[in-house]
Design a protein around this ligand. Structure first.
Ligand SMILES: Cc1cc2nc3c(=O)[nH]c(=O)nc-3n(C[C@H](O)[C@H](O)[C@H](O)COP(=O)(O)OP(=O)(O)OC[C@H]3O[C@@H](n4cnc5c(N)ncnc54)[C@H](O)[C@@H]3O)c2cc1C
Length: 421
């Protein structure tokens, strides 16, 4: 990195006695010092991986900018959406982060000033030496004409806290019956197994409650995603929910009329009573407006540094490398990037020292097919410098109880790593 000299000069100029108390959202006050400043935007899976690793070092000043009061997990929250568990099982407070001396700002970043090295919120400008962006995704509403005018009626529910709207919709469907439509976009989208998992758990609920109706799972792909999951997932859907799920493959949504409740697809019109439209996804506008990439951030691996700016790292689902969009990977990338920043500051990070084949953060995804069975998808990846990453999948041949138990243990371990004491 090219700016370590200037960071060190600033540290010398300010001197060790320059600490100033500032007012902070979420904790009474934190001393700012002359230490290098790392700003992390987004308190989800990736951002928390970065914050925890940086805080453990005690070597940098950390600011976390996140508009939500607390954290909610998307992984496993289908158990809440389908009515099996309360929302609180998937929510955690940020109090541990506050206790670690992290300056937490409960606002949204509206712009990045790359030349001035600061991020802007509605009320302040926050300077950084290193910026870690883990802002997740936004939905490409314009991809489906008719969607934007009716977004309240057609929730996606693939971002934290939005699950509540889908949960209410599912509860109404279970009560009233009819056609419950779920669409699946083409990749890349967040957690490829998630739409199929959603269909399965809602179908289980239908069976238990005797709901009269169907889940219409309209997939723009030719088979369940990711490809190694196709066989076990299709088998589970057919064997467990043959009467509840109608799986319509290779049908690309063209437009939606929320008033008439009709989805036009490449395979014809489909009528529905309730619709969970899972739209194509991209990085939030913040990243594109800062010139860091088009649909997703343009980064280099294994560093996760943006090509446009070496002091900015993009991790998690906003980054555009061909890695699965998984919370596990986001968290691991947060840890990795933090170690890199710390090693850089210590003058110890050199890409040439990494060797020929570098292991990238790994992923575990769970396709739950019922409350007691799941399919595990284990993804490992590595990169030889200069080549695209090599991604390897290991998938259960069939849904099973051990993976279902493993999923719940994995969730608890990850949430503890993010927000446990
Ligand atoms: C239904 C479902 C099931 C899933 N199951 C699994 C699974 O089994 N295993 C797995 O590994 N992954 C799973 N995932 C994927 C996982 O949730 C995501 O990959 C992960 O959340 C990505 O982390 P992130 O940090 O990029 O984004 P997020 O966790 O979404 O965090 C982004 C944060 O950034 C904040 N933010 C956004 N814009 C701004 C801004 N301008 N200023 C400040 N803050 C901002 C948001 O408020 C949010 O808190 C699942 C996802 C879904 C939807």
């Amino acid at each position: 990195m090219d700016d370590i000299g200037s960071i060190k000069r600033r540290m010398l100029l300010k001197g060790a006695g320059a600490a100033v108390a500032v007012s902070v959202m979420g904790c009474a006050s934190v001393a700012t010092s002359s230490r290098p400043r790392v700003v992390v935007v987004g308190g989800g899976w990736g951002g928390l991986g970065a914050v925890r690793a940086l805080a453990a070092s005690g070597k940098v000043d950390i600011t976390l900018v996140e508009p939500n009061d607390g954290f909610m997990s998307c992984p496993l929250s289908i158990l809440y959406i389908a009515g099996f568990k309360p929302a609180s099982d998937f929510q955690r407070s940020y109090s541990v982060i506050d206790s670690l001396g992290v300056r937490r700002i409960k606002e949204r970043v509206t712009a990045i000033d790359r030349s001035g090295r600061s991020v802007k919120t509605a009320t302040q400008s926050i300077p950084y030496d290193f910026l870690v962006l883990s802002t997740g995704l936004e939905y490409m509403e314009e991809a489906l004409p008719g969607y934007a005018a009716a977004r309240e009626q057609l929730p996606v529910g693939f971002r934290a806290f939005e699950q509540a709207a889908v949960q209410r919709q599912v509860a109404a469907f279970i009560e009233q019956g009819g056609n419950y439509l779920i669409t699946v976009p083409k990749p890349p989208y967040r957690c490829p197994p998630a739409p199929y998992e959603r269909a399965c758990l809602i179908a289980q609920r239908m069976k238990e409650k005797g709901t009269k109706g169907k889940i219409l799972l309209v997939d723009a792909n030719k088979h369940p995603m990711p490809p190694p999951l196709a066989k076990p997932m299709e088998t589970a859907m057919r064997e467990l929910y043959g009467a509840q799920i109608e799986y319509i493959k290779d049908a690309e949504p063209k437009s939606i009329d929320a008033g008439k409740k009709v989805l036009a697809t490449s395979k014809g019109d489909i009528t529905f009573n309730h619709a969970n439209i899972i739209l194509p996804m991209r990085a939030p506008g913040l990243i594109r407006q800062a010139g860091l990439g088009q649909r997703f951030a343009d980064i280099t691996l294994p560093s996760f540094q943006t090509r446009a700016d070496k002091n900015i790292f993009v991790i998690g689902d906003s980054q555009g490398a061909p890695l699965p969009k998984s919370g596990h990977i986001a968290f691991g990338a947060g840890q990795q990037v933090s170690e890199q920043i710390l090693a850089t500051l210590a003058g110890k990070y050199k890409e040439a020292d990494l060797g020929d084949n570098v292991t990238l953060p790994s992923a575990i995804c769970w396709g739950k097919v019922s409350t007691s069975q799941a399919i595990m998808i284990n993804v490992t990846s590595s990169i030889s410098i200069g080549d695209p990453p090599e991604v390897k999948y290991q998938v259960d041949p069939a849904a099973n109880a051990a993976s279902s138990k493993g999923a719940m243990e994995w969730g608890t371990n990850m949430w503890n790593a993010m927000l446990g004491s």
